[in-house]
Design a protein around this ligand. Structure first.
Ligand code: AP5
Ligand code: ZN
Length: 214
């Protein structure tokens, strides 16, 4: 099964993708994670995108399409596209890449969350720098303060773009450039919408129901 998780910043795409990896052995392809990895390793591309990401703007289509093309060429099956596509041009490119590799797209999961909840989620988020587990100050704290539940690392981090200014830009970018994809996939008959405001496990059940109905 290949799926897209579509939703605004803080909708819970990363959280649900990690559950699907764990429970179904799917492969998570997060363009956000790939871009952050490029920054950390200090590649030319990483340097180029750093400022754009911190401001909350979208990176250019050719860069992210290139990243996805490389990953798909490595092969595998059961991809979760997390945070990609984010523009109509990226959606068209993904369609072509899937055609070229003989893969299909099973469903696009739209995660619906209202804007107030997004702000709360983003401003309370922190992640484990070692294993990538995603936490929240109020809704998903670590059992022991300052220590990751999953791997025991104390390297808990907050993202540079998780501040109010960047978040406003990220939301604007989402509504201007990414939300048209909802109509695009609806018209293709590929869209399933889930209530992203529900608890994490309940969102996961909704997604699993959508996948098993396929
Ligand atoms: P990216 O890393 O993709 O960030 P994003 O889309 O803004 O999404 P987030 O990671 O912020 O949120 P999420 O939906 O994964 O939520 P999470 O599960 O963490 O992109 C970052 C930047 O990279 C972009 O701004 C852009 O510059 C660039 N970029 C990336 N892809 C690109 C592309 N294709 N094209 C161009 N540029 C690109 O959850 C958030 C919080 O809520 C957590 O604390 C979590 O614990 C909590 N939470 C989750 N679910 C629930 C729930 N059900 N109930 C209560 N709390 C919950
Ligand atoms: Zn960890």
């Amino acid at each position: 099964i290949n799926i897209i998780l579509l939703g605004p910043p803080g909708a819970g795409k990363g959280t649900q993708a990690r559950k699907l990896v764990e429970e179904r052995g799917m492969v998570q392809l997060s363009t956000g994670d790939m871009l952050r990895a490029a920054r950390t390793s200090g590649t030319e591309m990483g340097k180029k995108v750093a400022e754009v990401m911190d401001r909350g703007q979208l990176v250019t289509d050719d860069i992210v399409i290139g990243l996805i093309r490389e990953k798909l060429a490595e092969g595998g099956k059961g991809f979760i596209f997390d945070g990609f596509p984010r523009t109509l041009a990226q959606a068209d490119a993904l369609g072509e890449l899937l055609d070229e590799t003989g893969m299909g797209l099973d469903t696009v999961i739209e995660m619906r969350v209202d804007d107030e909840a997004l702000v709360r989620r983003i401003t309370g988020r922190f992640t484990c720098g070692n294993c990538g587990e995603v936490y929240h100050d109020d809704t998903k704290p670590t059992a022991k303060e300052g220590v990751c539940d999953v791997c025991g690392s104390t390297d808990l981090q907050r993202r540079a773009d998780d501040n109010e200014d960047s978040l406003r830009t990220r939301l604007l970018e989402y509504y201007k450039k990414t939300s048209p994809l909802i109509g695009y996939y609806y018209a293709k008959g590929d869209l399933t919408s889930v209530n992203g405001l529900a608890e994490i496990d309940s969102v996961a059940s909704q997604i699993n129901a959508a996948l098993d109905g396929n």
